[in-house]
Each structure stands twice: as C-alpha cells, then as structure tokens.
Design a protein around this ligand. Structure first.
Ligand code: MN3
Length: 206
C-alpha cells in the first residue's frame, strides 16, 4: 500500500501563540508531505509495500537509509500532530501519572528531565516518552528521524507515546535559536488525554 499524509486535526493557526501558523503550514505541507512522498518512492515496486509503517520501522535495519529516514519522518510527525491540541488536557492523570511520579518524582521533575535530554541533543532529532517491551516507561532521544521502534536502536527499544520534534524546522521561525523556549511552550499544547490513550492501548498489548 501507499502511505497517505494524514489530515491535520486542527487549522494551521490553531496552536498559536505557541506554534505559529507559518511554521505549522511549512512543517506539515512541505516537510511531512516530503517524508510521505519520499517513503512511497523508496518502497515502490518492492516487498516493503505490503508492510505496515510499524513493520517497516521494526525491521528498518534491513532497508536503505531512504526508508529509515522517511518512514521515521512519516511516523514521527503522525504522532506529533496527534498529541498536540489547541484544547489540550494539560494534567496527567491515572496510571500514567503514577508511573511518571514513581520514576521521576513528580510531573515537574519529569518535564525538567525531558527538557534536559532535549537540550543535550546536538543537531536534529526527537525526544521520546516511550514504553519499553517490558512495560516500563522511559525517556530517550534519537538522532534525525529515528525512533524507539527501530531495530537500529539496540538499547532503547519500545513504543513511543509522546514525541518532541527537535528539528529547527519545528520552531525556528518563531523561536530562532531558543530551543528551550520552544520546549517550555510545548507543554501548553501537549494533550495528555492522547498520550494516556496510547499508554492504555499498550497496556493491553504488552
Ligand atoms: Mn519535523
């Protein structure tokens, strides 16, 4: 099958002032579209066309760098748009809250740790809250368009439930070099309801 750019679930200007309309428009209709198109081109006329995006990522070490980069870019941005909202649930609730508090002490300490990890990523990449195969939650950062599902990732594998895009294309128009300000602003539009839903689905699988 071919992969299709998903509909953005809100207008380009819906996340202002935290993410400006022009950044959203370029990020979605140029960058995300390009990952989607390039992924489809890379798998055309191959056996990869019969695989889901998750299957491609979980065996990505067998494929070309074009598949790795564009399958990652396609999947990562799908997740990113999904967990952002103009009307987010800003509080973390339920079992995910308990697990975060157990591991990092408090939601604030968790956010501080996410920021620290994100600031330490040199160049482009992502920071993830993800669920390991043993069911534990963890935070990691990956380079480029990699993510924890990829089998190139030897120590940190699992399923992402929250991803933060650290590429300059995600924030440069509004924040220039101020990655820290962008990271702080994201908590205003991250919808924990969506993250909790993803966590709950994995609870049923793992
Ligand atoms: Mn991006």
């Amino acid at each position: 099958m071919s992969f299709t750019l998903p509909q953005l679930p809100y207008a380009f200007d819906a996340l202002e002032p935290h993410i400006d309309a022009k950044t959203m428009e370029i990020h979605y209709s140029k960058h995300h579209q390009a990952y989607t198109t390039n992924l489809n081109n890379a798998i055309e006329d191959t056996e990869m066309k019969s695989k889901s995006i998750e299957e491609l990522l979980q065996s990505v070490s067998s494929y070309s760098p074009a598949v790795r980069n564009n399958a990652g870019g396609f999947y990562n941005h799908n997740l990113f748009w999904e967990i952002l909202s103009p009307t987010p649930q800003k509080e973390v609730n339920g079992i995910l809250r308990e697990k975060i508090e157990q591991k990092w002490g408090s939601i604030e300490e968790f956010k501080t740790y996410m920021k620290q990890v994100s600031m330490a990523r040199f160049g482009s990449g992502w920071t993830w809250l993800y669920v390991k195969y043993n069911g534990e939650i963890e935070v990691t950062t990956t380079a480029n368009q990699d993510n924890p599902m990829m089998d190139t990732n030897l120590t940190d594998r699992g399923f992402p439930i929250l991803g933060i895009d650290l590429w300059e294309h995600a924030y440069y128009l509004n924040y220039q070099n101020m990655r820290a300000d962008y990271l702080d602003a994201l908590w205003e539009i991250i919808d924990w309801k969506k993250v909790e839903e993803k966590y709950a689905i994995l609870q049923g699988i793992l």
